[in-house]
Ligand binder design. Structure first.
Ligand code: NAG
Length: 425
């Protein structure tokens, strides 16, 4: 059954929350006046009890199997081109069946105003970018997700709220929790860290996608496909305490999604890319020891690198293995990589080689052609990756061998897609 579990997300609020190991800014964690359930998070996780539990305000039941679902919508595209988007947080029964639309009297409308009025405008701002309706009616979609799924969560029953809570406070808590959980699940970054980025032609095996996601999440999520292309992912959890501020305990997906085992496409989206780096400065030294306990699995998340070497070689990484690197003109070759000089900071980085400064012109990265662009460096899966306009994917027409060298596209538009790892020289 669900033997392997990993503590991933403490939702107890600002005091114990990790300041930021996610690619999204988490300043909101500190600004929000959050609701407190008063529930312990040290008891039995939902779906793992061996006898009946009576206080369902602090024990999520019968919907104790929680799924954080995300879309990869390509037709039409929704959201940023380099991020999956929120579908919802669903309280399945422990056997996978589920209730829906459990309390019509709490089918709130105007979620946007509700969030703003109750101090969650940061959550709302995030939702406007990452919680998108395929038909463009985000507000209706949020209302639907709340009324269909949120109203079925026992721990969000109005009886469970502190007395004096404003009307709709439990829905505000729902949206805050979904957003917080989603931020810890950077599917795009986890796939990219394994060299898996969107493409109109490349196909993947389910095993390779799952391995990449498992490396990031620690456990196995379920992937759904639509016409042979990935369209949705479900991350499964049990919960200790309340949806308001409990601890989500990740588990392996109890059943596989609908994707076939081979020939899976991960199609490109047309949206504007988001910059997926954070200003992760407050987690260093003093606070890190006390806040890292529940964030073990997020250490592979892409974050802004804190320091970059001044001299480095740049290696291409495809499917987790190094395949050559960049030579002095900035092209991809299997020959000895050039030494690059790096200046600036991880958030604003300039590169040069013996040929001259490096830049991107007409989408092509080159050094010594007179261009000088600003790059960033991000940490992912223990690597320091070069990023351009927030994207860590680079590509070329073919894989180099012998003395051939290929132009480097500063995006994933060519057939062979890879990331560029900065290695101190
Ligand atoms: C766990 O607790 C819930 C809620 O009280 C109950 O419905 C369920 O039967 C319990 N499970 C077991 C195995 O006792």
């Amino acid at each position: 059954m669900f033997a392997t579990s990993l503590l991933v997300a403490s939702l107890i609020g600002a005091v114990s929350a990790s300041p930021s190991f996610s690619p999204w800014s988490s300043e909101d964690l500190f600004k929000r006046a959050s609701l407190s359930s008063g529930c312990s998070t040290s008891g039995t996780a939902s779906c793992t009890n061996t006898s009946s539990v009576s206080n369902l305000c602090c024990f999520q039941a019968p919907g104790g199997l929680l799924l954080q679902t995300q879309f990869w919508d390509t037709s039409p595209s929704t959201g940023p081109s380099n991020s999956w988007t929120v579908h919802g947080l669903w309280p399945d029964h422990c056997d996978g069946t589920f209730d829906s639309t459990c309390d019509a009297s709490r089918a709130y409308t105007d979620i946007a105003s509700l969030l703003t009025a109750q101090g969650a405008s940061d959550t709302l701002d995030f939702m406007k970018t990452y919680w998108k309706d395929i038909n463009g009616d985000d507000e209706s979609f949020w209302e639907h997700e709340w009324s269909k799924h949120g109203t079925c969560m026992s721990t969000l029953d109005v009886r469970c709220l502190p007395s004096g809570s404003p009307k709709g406070a439990e829905a505000v808590a729902f949206f805050n929790t979904v957003v917080k959980l989603f931020k810890e699940l950077p599917t795009y970054e986890w796939l990219a860290a394994a060299g898996i980025t969107p493409s109109s032609s490349t196909t993947h095996t389910l095993a390779s996608l799952t391995a990449a996601l498992k490396a990031g999440f620690g456990l196995t999520p379920a992937l759904d496909c639509d016409s042979g292309a990935v369209s949705q992912i479900s991350y499964y959890y049990h919960l200790k305490g309340s949806v308001i501020d409990g601890t989500f305990v990740a588990i392996n997906a109890p059943e596989a999604g609908s994707c076939p085992s081979t020939g899976i496409k991960y199609l490109t989206k047309t949206g504007t890319p988001v910059t997926t780096t954070t200003t992760k400065t407050s987690t260093t030294k003093t606070s890190s020891t006390s806040t890292k306990t529940t964030t073990t699995k997020t250490s592979t998340t892409t974050t802004a690198a804190t320091s970059v070497p001044t001299k480095a070689t740049i290696h291409a990484v495809q499917s987790d293995s190094q395949v050559g690197g960049l030579i002095s003109k900035g092209t991809w070759s299997s020959q000895t990589p050039a030494t690059f000089t790096l200046s600036g900071t991880a958030k604003s980085l300039k590169l040069s080689t013996s040929k001259g400064t490096c830049g991107v012109s007409d989408g092509i990265f080159a050094c010594g052609d007179g261009d000088s662009s600003t790059f960033t460096a991000v940490s992912a899966s223990g690597l320091l990756l070069l990023a351009y306009e927030g994207e860590t994917s680079f590509s070329s027409d073919d894989v180099p061998s012998g003395s051939t060298a290929y132009d480097v596209h500063a995006d994933d538009s060519a057939d062979e897609i890879y990331t560029l790892s900065i290695v101190s020289a």
